[in-house]
Design a protein. Structure first.
Ligand SMILES: [Zn+2]
Length: 63
């Protein structure tokens, strides 16, 4: 488990915070702070709303 940057998204299961670990724009790990067991569907839901940290810098005004 190696991540350069960690961002936070809402966890769809518990409405808490889920930590996303990134290396560049590649998502390397997802971990819910509430210790939810993240199924593939939950991971997909989190990934869909996630913004890679590099993309945030490149497109600050997007949406
Ligand atoms: Zn959760």
């Amino acid at each position: 488990m190696q991540s350069d940057v960690v961002t936070w998204e809402a966890c769809p299961a518990c409405d808490g915070a889920a930590a996303l670990g990134w290396v560049g724009q590649t998502l390397t790990e997802i971990d819910c702070a509430g210790q939810c067991r993240l199924t593939d569907a939950l991971r997909e839901a989190i990934i869909r709303t996630a913004t890679p940290p590099a993309a945030t810098r490149l497109r600050p005004l997007d949406e």
